[in-house]
Write a protein that binds this ligand. Structure first.
Ligand code: SF4
Length: 177
């Protein structure tokens, strides 16, 4: 049986959604019989593959790099899943929106710097003026809410998608619910 190709990607998020994904624990072994993880922060693949069946994206779109990344992912993914509230609403990263990127950079790299205050220009990508959710840039097929979505939510959603069954997101278990 051909396994489906699955990817996970990380935009502007805290990695908590990925941690919750890993909390599926032994259920990951069952999923591994059905899918190959071809790109993810937890595997050593540097380039997004030409074709991925299912991609789960954590985090909001906050920088030019994030925007480039999500457009590439969308172009090469059949089913795109926005995982977690940052990807769906902007959530925590969007809390900077009332202040703008300049104020945030000044706070991080000048006001609170003990040594060599300066705005990094090589490693930190240029920030967008406003942090926005994934669906404002590309079409999203599935929304998995939660901060983070619980492991049970991930398992129920992926099991349904892999079986070709409809999702009932409001009935899924959310973290802390
Ligand atoms: Fe972190 Fe919550 Fe955002 Fe997920 S939704 S990346 S857990 S802040």
């Amino acid at each position: 049986m051909n396994k489906l190709k699955v990817a996970t990607a990380w935009l502007d998020g805290c990695s908590g959604c990925h941690m919750s994904f890993l909390d599926m624990d032994e259920r990951l072994l069952q999923l591994a019989e059905l899918v190959d993880v071809v790109y993810s922060p937890i595997v050593d693949t540097k380039e997004f593959p030409d074709h991925v069946d299912i991609t789960l994206v954590e985090g909001a779109v906050a920088s030019v790099d994030d925007e480039t990344k999500i457009r590439k992912i969308r172009a090469h993914t059949t089913t795109l899943i926005a995982m977690g509230d940052c990807a769906i609403t902007g959530n925590v990263p969007a809390m900077r929106n009332p202040f703008g990127p300049e104020a945030i950079l000044n706070r991080a790299y000048f006001e609170t710097a003990d040594l060599q205050p300066q705005i990094p220009c090589l490693v930190v990508p240029r920030l967008l003026k406003v942090v926005r959710p994934v669906h404002e840039f590309v079409e999203v097929d599935v929304f998995l809410p939660g901060c983070p979505p619980s492991a049970d939510t991930f398992h129920a959603a992926l099991t349904a998608i892999l079986a070709g069954k409809p999702l009932d997101i409001p009935a899924l278990t959310r973290f802390g619910a």
